[in-house]
Design a protein around this ligand. Structure first.
Ligand code: UFG
Length: 329
């Protein structure tokens, strides 16, 4: 079976990608520190616990499995924390990526899919963001993503290692079969926090900013179901293994929803209104981030199939409810 090394494969998007890889006939080999990931989320191949900052450890795993392809998810991903502690992000995300790439080069330079983020577009005021726009992140987390995108090009020039960069918009929703789902600690994302408020596990949801230049004054985001993200990774790695050239793709649903739209959808899914409170803007939030996904449609042959807002929220609610029973939230 074709082995795919999946760094961060015990995390939210990574674990959904592993499930999709296995369904497509690949063997996902997970390398994860378990700092943010969960061993219960690794069900479709071996788990090698390790940190990319431990160069000997990633070297040993790469040499043991000799993967034919790689998907690199492992990263710290809290924008706010990256602002207050940039060193943590540069060290982990960038040094970790350097260690990984160097060990891959030493093992034949297999092609790599890299998890990037729409945050690299910064405060662009384009209605639909396309991959051809200049990238200009406005926080250290986004800067680390930009740095790794650039690094991948430099490594390709030097070694021929091909790559696919996937820029996610807002990953959301959970596995339809309820095997895996979103579980961050701390949780900062809108949908799980709104679900917690609707379930009365939180007093209320704060709406960060109601004076944006949008239809209802709240921020607009492009929510993409994690199962659709996972499918794009399988396509991207498959095309690389067939010799595709390096490329970059936006992954979103191509549609924007406001924070209030999400609140309404959560109310519908849970069957209960949720207490909300208008709050100040959160620093660094662009008013609108919506993807132009035509490039992924044309080249990856991908389209979002699971990303209606109601399906995203319903699958997230099913997962939230099942975890709540287990952890007794
Ligand atoms: N929001 C609230 N209240 C909350 C939480 C969020 O109103 O309690 C709002 C935010 O202000 C934002 C929207 O809901 O307008 C979505 O916020 P999330 O925190 O769920 O997601 P972000 O758009 O901030 O973050 C996502 C990814 C990051 C990525 C970023 C790029 O999770 O990894 O997009 O901007 F960097």
């Amino acid at each position: 079976m074709t082995k795919i090394l999946v760094t961060g494969g015990a995390g939210y998007v990574g674990s959904h990608a592993c499930k999709a890889l296995a369904a497509a006939g690949y063997e996902p080999v997970v390398f994860d520190s378990l700092i943010a990931g969960h061993d219960w989320a690794v069900n479709w191949g071996p788990l090698e616990v390790g940190d990319l900052l431990d160069r000997d450890r990633i070297a040993a795993v790469v040499q043991e499995y000799r993967p034919e392809g790689v998907i690199h998810f492992a990263s710290f991903a809290y924008v706010g924390e990256s602002v207050t502690n940039p060193g943590k992000y540069w060290r982990n995300n960038v040094t970790g990526a350097i260690n990984l790439l160097d060990e891959l080069v030493a093992c034949g330079a297999p092609p790599i899919v890299f998890s990037s983020s729409c945050t690299v577009y910064g405060m662009s005021d384009a209605d639909y963001l396309s991959e051809t726009l200049p990238i200009a992140p406005i926080n250290p987390y986004g800067n680390t993503k930009r740095a790794i995108e650039i690094m991948l090009s430099d490594y390709e020039v030097a070694t021929g290692m091909r790559h696919t960069i996937l820029r996610y918009f807002n990953a959301a929703g959970c596995d339809a079969e309820g095997e895996i789902g979103e579980d961050h600690d701390p949780e900062t994302h809108l949908i799980p926090l709104a679900l917690a408020a609707a379930a009365k596990d939180r007093d209320r949801l704060s709406i960060f900013g109601t004076d944006y230049p949008t239809t209802d004054g709240t921020c607009i985001r492009d929510y993409i179901h994690v199962t659709d993200l996972a499918d794009a990774h399988v396509r991207a790695v498959g095309q690389l293994l067939e010799g595709a050239k390096s490329n970059v793709f936006n992954l979103g649903a191509g549609e924007g929803y406001s924070v209030r739209d999400v609140v309404d959808a959560v109310g519908r899914a849970v069957g209960a209104d949720l207490p909300v409170q208008d709050a100040d803007r959160r620093a660094g939030d662009p008013a609108r981030l919506v993807a132009d996904i035509s490039h992924a449609r044309d080249v990856l042959g991908w389209s979002p199939e699971h990303s209606s807002l109601d399906n995203i929220v319903t699958t997230a609610w099913n997962w939230y409810r099942s975890r709540r029973q287990i952890v007794g939230a």
